[in-house]
Design a protein around this ligand. Structure first.
Ligand code: PXP
Length: 237
């Protein structure tokens, strides 16, 4: 059964909008687990626009499932991650001006920097995942540099403006799953997935976990987080 990782960043976004202590992403993570989440994901950005170090520490201590920490190759964030030891570290690209993570990590360009970092994280007992576009060359290098997982960026599939574009983007993800499986990589996917577009992705062979944030937190505003997670869980299984 495909697992569901819930990204609670946007609970912290609401908190930061007021600069006070609520809503708390740690409380949200507990409710997400009650709704059936298999893991909790947070992105500790360099600009700390939503998640803070305190959140990551408390999440690590509190949650009963697995913590997946998304991070960029920034020295202070890497040090912090090695101290906290999340279950999984997912490496993502990061630009200060972007609204959200825009494209996949270019593991070909960053190969020399990534390789020793991956090794260091794995030596610390952390599972490493690389958030990449569904591109065969990126997948091949991800395998070469020793990542255990890739997370396929589903953003272009989710943003497709026509049936034709949707089909094209879906077939790229489909092919990416085959390529990754053949290279022995394990596969997660995420970005932009919602209650309307998730099912075909969840059905792809080889996909182990979907990481979903915005659509579930948005739905939770209306129906509550536990129910929002439960509805997504029902869809993907
Ligand atoms: N996976 C990764 C690597 C991400 O950076 C994000 C966004 O933080 C997500 C999944 C979740 O994307 P969304 O909020 O669009 O569901």
């Amino acid at each position: 059964m495909v697992k569901l990782g819930i990204n609670v960043d946007h609970v912290a976004t609401v908190r930061e909008a007021r600069g006070i202590s609520e809503p708390d992403p740690v409380a949200a993570a507990v409710l997400a687990e009650l709704g059936g989440a298999d893991g909790i994901t947070v992105h500790l950005r360099e600009d700390h626009r939503h998640i803070r170090e305190r959140d990551v520490r408390l999440l690590k201590e509190t949650i009963k499932t697995r913590l997946n920490l998304e991070l960029a190759l920034a020295p202070e964030i890497l040090d912090f991650a090695l101290e906290i030891k999340p279950y999984t570290a997912t490496f993502v690209p990061e630009k200060r001006e972007e609204l959200t993570t825009e494209g996949g990590l270019d593991v070909i360009t960053h190969r020399a920097k990534l390789e020793p970092v991956i090794r260091k994280f794995q030596d610390a007992g952390i599972v490493v995942s690389l958030f990449i576009d569904p591109d065969p060359d990126q997948i091949e290098v991800s395998a070469e540099i020793g990542a255990e997982f890739i997370e396929i960026h589903t953003g272009r599939y989710c943003d497709a403006k026509s049936e034709e574009e949707l089909k094209k983007e879906f077939s790229l993800i489909d092919l990416a799953c085959v390529t990754a499986s053949n290279l022995g990589l394990r596969i997660n996917a995420g970005h932009g997935l919602n209650y309307r577009n998730v099912v075909p992705i969840a059905k792809l062979p080889g996909i182990e976990e979907l990481n979903i944030g915005h659509s579930i937190i948005a739905h939770a505003v209306y129906v509550g987080l536990e129910r929002a997670v439960r509805e997504m869980k029902a869809l993907i299984s």
